[in-house]
Design a protein around this ligand. Structure first.
Ligand code: MN
Length: 416
C-alpha cells in the first residue's frame, strides 16, 4: 500500500536552445519549445496525480539571466500544480551562471507562489504526512567558502573543501531525520564516479576527468537514513550505489543523448517503508546520426527519399565515411520531405591503423566486452580469466558505475 508518492525532475534548461531553429508560431527557439513541452508534461502529471510533493532539483534555466519569456515558461508549469501539492525547489549550478556574487538567483521569484519553497542551503523539510525531504542545492563555491582563507588554495583544493562542507551538511540533515519515518534525499550535485555522455558513441567519461567541480562521494548520499537519493546535474539517467540515481534530464540536449530514454521520477513509498522509483517518459525530442558509406545506415548510392533512415521530427546529422561523396542537395531535399531537421554533415576521421599487440575495440564496447577481448589477446587460461572477470566486476561495482546485483531497498521499475 502506498503511503506517499513524490515526483522528481531536474535539468529542464528551458532556454538552452542548442540544435534548435526559430519557430515562427511562438517566436521562440524550437529547442526552448521542446524543453517546455517536457516541463509541462511533468507538471501536468503532477496536476493529474497530486503527489505528496513535487521536487525540482535545479537547472531549470541555462544561465542566471533567462528572458522574461523563459521565466514565464517555467511559471506556466508551476501554475498547473494545485496549491495542495508542495513544490520544493533547489538551485542548480546553472542558476548561478553569470550571477554576480551575493545577488539572488531567478528561482527566488517562484517562492512567491503559495505552495513553492526554494532552499538555497541544505535543508530538511517535513511534509504533513511525516515524509522527510533532505534538500541539497548545488554546492556553491564562492558562497560556501567565503569565510575561509583561500589565498594559497588551488581550485581543486577549493572544490574538495566545498565538497567536504556539503558532505558535512548532508550528515547534519541525516542526524535530524526521525528514523521511524521515511526520508528521501534530493538535490543538484556531482556524485562519486558518475558517467557522462559524449557526442562520440562509446566514449563516455568519468565525471572526475571532465569537470573541475566539487564531487560528493557516493557514500555521503547513499546511506541510511535515506531510503532513496535522487539527483540532478548529470543528464544521463543512471543508478549509483544501492539507492541513488541521476534521474536524467526530461529532454534531450544533444547527439550524445541519441539512445537515452528520458523521463522524470515517481517515488512510491509503501507502508512497510519500501521505496520504488519509477521512470515516467517525457515527449523528449529525438536526435539521430545517419552514417553514410561505412555499411551501417545507408549507402552513398541509396535513394535518399526512400531510404533515409529517419523519423519525422528528428534532429539529424550525417556522418560520411572517408572518401565517400554524396549529393548534398538531394540529401537536404530528402530531409525536408521526411520532416526532419538536418543540422549538417561531417566526415568521419580516418581510422588509426592498429599496431602489433593492440586490440580493436569498437564504439559502444562495454568495459566487460573490452576485458574479454583483452583476455583473449593475453591468452589467459580459463581459471585466471574467470578470476579477472570476477575482480573486474567487483571493481566496477565499487566505482558505482554499474549497480551491484543486489539493489537494496530501492527497486527499479520502468514504465511502459
Ligand atoms: Mn547542473
Amino acid at each position: 500500500m502506498t503511503v506517499a508518492k513524490l515526483v522528481y525532475t531536474a535539468d529542464i534548461h528551458i532556454n538552452a536552445g542548442r540544435w534548435g531553429r526559430l519557430d515562427p508560431g511562438t517566436n521562440r527557439n524550437d529547442a526552448h519549445n521542446s524543453a517546455y513541452r517536457c516541463w509541462m508534461a511533468v507538471c501536468q502529471y503532477v496536476a493529474d496525480t497530486k503527489p505528496d510533493a513535487f521536487m525540482v532539483g535545479g537547472d531549470l534555466f541555462a544561465n542566471a539571466r533567462p528572458s522574461p519569456e523563459s521565466q514565464e515558461m517555467v511559471a506556466d508549469g508551476l501554475k498547473l500544480v494545485p496549491c495542495s501539492v508542495p513544490v520544493i525547489i533547489v538551485p542548480g549550478n546553472h542558476e548561478y551562471l553569470g550571477l554576480p556574487a551575493r545577488h539572488r538567483h531567478v528561482l527566488r521569484h517562484y517562492a512567491e507562489l503559495p505552495n513553492v519553497t526554494v532552499f538555497d542551503e541544505p535543508a530538511l523539510h517535513t511534509l504533513t504526512n511525516g515524509v522527510q525531504l533532505g534538500s541539497v542545492p548545488w554546492p556553491r563555491r564562492p558562497h560556501l567558502v567565503s569565510e575561509l582563507d583561500l589565498g594559497t588554495q588551488n581550485p581543486d583544493e577549493i572544490d574538495d573543501m566545498v565538497a567536504a562542507l556539503t558532505v558535512e551538511a548532508i550528515g547534519g540533515l541525516a542526524e535530524r531525520v526521525d528514523p521511524s519515518r521515511p526520508a528521501i534525499l534530493f538535490g543538484h550535485a556531482t556524485i562519486g564516479d558518475a558517467v557522462v555522455g559524449s557526442a562520440k558513441r562509446g566514449s563516455e567519461m568519468s565525471i572526475r576527468a571532465v569537470f573541475h567541480e566539487p564531487v560528493l562521494p557516493i557514500e555521503a548520499v547513499d546511506e541510511e537514513p535515506w531510503s532513496a537519493s535522487l539527483w540532478g546535474h548529470i543528464h544521463k539517467a543512471q543508478t549509483m550505489g544501492q539507492r541513488s540515481r541521476y534521474v536524467g534530464s526530461p529532454d534531450r540536449i544533444d547527439f550524445s543523448e541519441e539512445g537515452e530514454e528520458k523521463g522524470f521520477a515517481v517515488v512510491d513509498i509503501a507502508a512497510d517503508g519500501t521505496v520504488t522509483v519509477e521512470t515516467v517518459p517525457t515527449p523528449a525530442r529525438r536526435f539521430r546520426t545517419v552514417r553514410i558509406g561505412d555499411g551501417l545506415d545507408m549507402g552513398p548510392e541509396a535513394d535518399y527519399d526512400a531510404d533515409l533512415p529517419v523519423e519525422e521530427g528528428e534532429i539529424v546529422r550525417v556522418v560520411l565515411a572517408p572518401g565517400v561523396e554524396v549529393d548534398e542537395t538531394a540529401l537536404r531535399s530528402a530531409a525536408r520531405s521526411h520532416g526532419v531537421y538536418l543540422t549538417g554533415m561531417s566526415r568521419q576521421p580516418l581510422q588509426r591503423e592498429l599496431k602489433a599487440g593492440q586490440v580493436a575495440v569498437s564504439e559502444g564496447t562495454s568495459m566487460t566486452d573490452g576485458l574479454d577481448l583483452w583476455i583473449i589477446k593475453e591468452g589467459l587460461d580459463q581459471v585466471t580469466a574467470n578470476q579477472v572477470r570476477v575482480e573486474a566486476r567487483r571493481y566496477i561495482a565499487q566505482l558505482g558505475i554499474i549497480a551491484p546485483d543486489k539493489a537494496g531497498a530501492t527497486t527499479e521499475k520502468k514504465a511502459a
